[in-house]
Design a protein around this ligand. Structure first.
Ligand SMILES: [Zn+2]
Length: 338
């Protein structure tokens, strides 16, 4: 088992002891493949940096957030120089990842044609040497799978992530789709020789099913309640009920809480066809309705947890101790209840 004392942030190595309050799944900037070719879309770098800095300063100053993990897939507009500038200006540590998105919405043809070893080589290089010639190193690996089941291609990229995890010792953060695929990911990680406690199975809060959540934590991984605010996928009252159930059952040491919220996205939404009216409003709507403020976790969701008996100490444990232990590679503490 590899235990780490430092983690690579976009501004260089930081001591794991200095991670502090950490949001494990947020985005500075997202651009879905193809958005760059939309003639009505303007890539305004200074404006999007400004928006991200404003949001992060607020999170740091008002809610004590020290670190943010941005697991933006490579092909979704990942731009580590933007992240670096935002991190320096907002004085919030940012950790980026290597790895691709799932087949239906990503996985560029060039990389689909590569072997497991070639993909692993890319991941290892981005972790050990840096992304392109930026000198910025990835601090974790992103793995994504679609629904209803993991495709052959996705399995190949997951296998490459396992190799890179074993070689470098950095942890894995995943995307699951529609609240399924978590147990399959866990099985594939185990087959690839990756310890369960080095994996954060993301987006499990899309599933309303406590039994599903128990399978994930029972398998020894971290579980992502990391789409707080996405009421279109799952209502937050259900998310809050389910966090409270896990805490009561002794699994608070495995919960990761975040919003999967982007400070900016390039172009129009990819979820549905817009009418002309909607398209005209899209720019305004972007920061309002599609992306609630990042502070929503603190202003709205955490009070919902408190109302369900989750204490301030539990919340602090989830937002501080869990990310630290995850990056350090330490074993999970014994469950305090059964
Ligand atoms: Zn995300």
């Amino acid at each position: 088992m590899v235990q780490a004392a430092t983690v690579q942030s976009v501004t260089g190595p930081i001591s794991i002891q200095r991670l502090g309050r950490t949001l494990m799944h947020e985005h500075i900037f997202i651009a879905f493949p193809g958005a760059w070719f939309d003639p009505f879309v303007k890539f305004d770098r200074p404006a999007l940096i400004e928006e991200a800095v404003t949001r992060l300063v607020k999170l740091r100053a008002e809610y004590g957030v020290c670190t943010l993990v941005d697991p933006c897939p490579i092909e979704l507009g990942r731009d580590v120089m933007i992240m670096k500038e935002v991190s320096e200006r907002a004085e919030v540590q940012i950790i980026c990842t290597t790895g691709f998105y799932y087949q239906e919405r990503g996985l560029p043809i060039y990389w689909r044609a590569r072997t497991v070893d070639e993909i692993a080589e890319l991941y290892i290089r981005e972790i050990n040497h840096g992304i392109g010639d930026t000198g910025v190193r990835a601090g974790a690996i992103k793995v994504s799978t679609g629904a209803p089941s993991v495709t052959e291609q996705e399995e190949k990229f997951l296998a490459a992530a396992c190799i890179a995890q074993r070689v470098t010792g950095v942890p894995i953060i995943t995307h699951t789709t529609q609240g399924c695929g978590g147990p399959e990911q866990q099985q594939l990680f185990a087959a690839g020789g990756v310890d369960a406690h080095r994996c954060l199975i993301g987006h499990c809060c899309s599933s309303p099913d406590h039994t599903y959540h128990r399978r994930i934590v029972g398998g020894g991984s971290y579980i992502g309640f990391d789409q707080v605010g996405y009421n279109n996928f799952q209502r937050d009252v259900v998310r809050a009920d389910n966090v409270a159930k896990l805490v009561r059952s002794g699994f608070r040491a495995q919960i990761m809480m975040s919003m999967d919220c982007a400070c900016s996205t390039l172009g129009r939404p990819t979820t549905h066809q817009l009418t002309c009216d909607e398209a005209a409003k899209a720019e305004d709507m972007k920061s309002q309705e599609f992306w609630p403020p990042h502070t929503y976790l603190f202003t709205d969701f955490i009070p919902m947890l408190h109302a369900r008996g989750v204490s301030q100490a539990d919340v602090q444990f989830i937002l501080e101790d869990n990310p630290r232990r995850f990056f350090a590679g330490d074993l999970l503490p014994q469950a305090s209840a059964g």
